[in-house]
Design a protein around this ligand. Structure first.
Ligand SMILES: Nc1ncnc2c1ncn2[C@@H]1O[C@H](COP(=O)(O)OP(=O)(O)OP(=O)(O)O)[C@@H](O)[C@H]1O
Ligand SMILES: [Mg+2]
Length: 411
């Protein structure tokens, strides 16, 4: 028999949703952050749709590694990484009523690095030498949090271009959502690090010191004689760009605490992501960055945890299965024409499973309350059924973000 549980005291809280409209109207940059797989890319794209439905002006969504179907729906496959507009008739065909213009782009780390090198190289010779270095692409793509750094860079560029009224930036999949905040300072620190000094110590003098000679001889034999030279060359040139990189990293950091910037922290209400979201929001507060809103995503309906539903499931569990009186199964078996024992087993399992689901929904209600304390606004987005990889699906999610979920149901 299913153990009887007391319904959570918050059960039945109506999931009345506040709206992100005021946030979208009052900021110029929004960073969508959270732990891996919680729905950042989906929420970022939906926020773009929400913004252009609410307000006029140009809105850009910079996505990172969108799912293939989402990329196709947004035309990212066809247009590559350059920002491009989504024609209003595409939005209208999906039942939306845009007032502004939606543009989308995809983060391209290779193009981003090329751009950085072009910008920061002190002269044409350095620029060409870095770009032609055979290890350039390999090394830059291996910089830890390269994605995070470039996402921040692009935010800076896109905002500075003045072409958009609002830039919404999705953030890279990361095991640690805080990495994005530390990326600019890590880049600046790298220039002062012992590692860089070691990497740039003149290759030839190292080669011929007594202690290191055997090492380099072996390395040359195994890796080819140019390999360590190319590594050293790359970092010698890279070091020449220190001033530009450090200045830029400081500017990007300043942008993160700018009052025109706000973070939207996305989390599901499972234990681990919710814990990380909490940590992220607290870290943002500590760094004087603005947590504009929390989005509790893929949330179970709170009515699952309602007192009446839990009691009904408990009653059903008691009256079915081995210890049950068999009456309910008999009635259902008669009505459906199925075999009594099978019906009884199904009903009993459903009732006990429902209890599990209700328990999960109860935990979610608790976590939602905890997360709500960390931001002025918390919106709840249910676990949506059907396809949310196309514009119509994103539009449905946008309705939840805008607090007009009844419109999502009717679309
Ligand atoms: N409210 C929702 N209802 C149903 N499915 C959802 C919802 N939100 C997101 N999803 C689905 O969850 C999956 C993960 O979403 P998404 O790719 O946006 O997460 P992410 O945080 O960007 O992941 P990553 O950290 O890997 O970048 C996708 O398949 C997406 O369609
Ligand atoms: Mg993503």
């Amino acid at each position: 028999m299913a153990p009887k549980r007391k319904p959570n005291k918050l059960s039945g809280t109506p999931d009345e949703q506040p709206s992100l409209d005021p946030l979208l109207a009052s900021r110029e940059m929004i960073l969508v952050a959270g732990s891996g797989g919680v729905g950042k890319t989906t929420v970022a794209a939906s926020l773009g749709l929400a913004a252009v439905q609410r307000q006029s002006g140009r809105v850009l969504v910079l996505t990172v590694d969108p799912a293939r179907r989402l990329a196709t729906a947004l035309g990212l496959k066809a247009f590559g990484n350059a920002p491009h507009p989504i024609p209003n008739d595409v939005l209208e065909a999906a039942g939306l009523e845009p007032r502004g213009e939606l543009h989308v782009a995809m983060l391209d780390t290779k193009a981003g690095w090329d751009e950085l090198i072009r910008r920061h190289a002190p002269d044409a010779a350095t620029r060409e030498a870095v770009l032609a270095n055979p290890l350039y692409e390999n090394i830059t793509s291996r910089f830890v949090h390269s994605h995070d750094y470039l996402a921040m860079e692009q935010l800076h560029d896109l905002h500075a271009s003045g072409e958009y009224d609002l830039v919404i930036v999705d953030t890279p999949p990361s095991r640690n959502a805080l990495a994005i905040l530390d990326a600019p300072s890590r880049m600046a620190e790298f220039f002062g690090s012992r590692l860089l000094r070691w990497l740039t110590a003149p290759y030839r003098s190292r080669l011929f010191t007594f202690a290191s000679k055997p090492f380099y001889q072996v390395a040359d034999r195994i890796l080819g004689s140019r390999f360590l030279q190319d590594v050293a060359d790359f970092f010698v040139l890279f070091q020449k760009m220190e001033a530009g990189f450090v200045k830029r990293a400081n500017e990007v950091e300043a942008l993160l605490v700018d009052p025109r910037t706000a973070f939207v922290v996305v989390s599901t209400l499972e234990a681990a992501p919710a814990h990380e979201a909490r940590f992220l929001a607290e870290s943002l507060h500590e760094r004087k960055m603005i947590v504009g809103a929390m989005v509790a995503n893929r949330v179970l309906p709170s009515r699952l945890a309602s007192t009446a539903a839990i009691e009904a499931a408990n009653d059903l569990a008691e009256r079915t299965g081995r210890d049950g009186d068999g009456m309910i199964a008999a009635a259902v078996a008669a009505a459906t024409g199925n075999e009594h024992d099978t019906v009884d087993r199904v009903l009993h399992q459903m009732a006990t499973r429902f209890d599990d689901l209700a328990m999960a929904a109860e935990h979610e209600v608790d976590r939602q309350t905890e997360l709500a304390a960390l931001a002025a606004t918390t919106v709840v987005v249910p676990w949506l059924s059907g396809d949310i990889h196309d514009v119509r699906g994103l539009g449905r999610l946008a309705c939840h973000l805008r607090g007009v979920a009844d419109q999502a149901d009717s679309s």
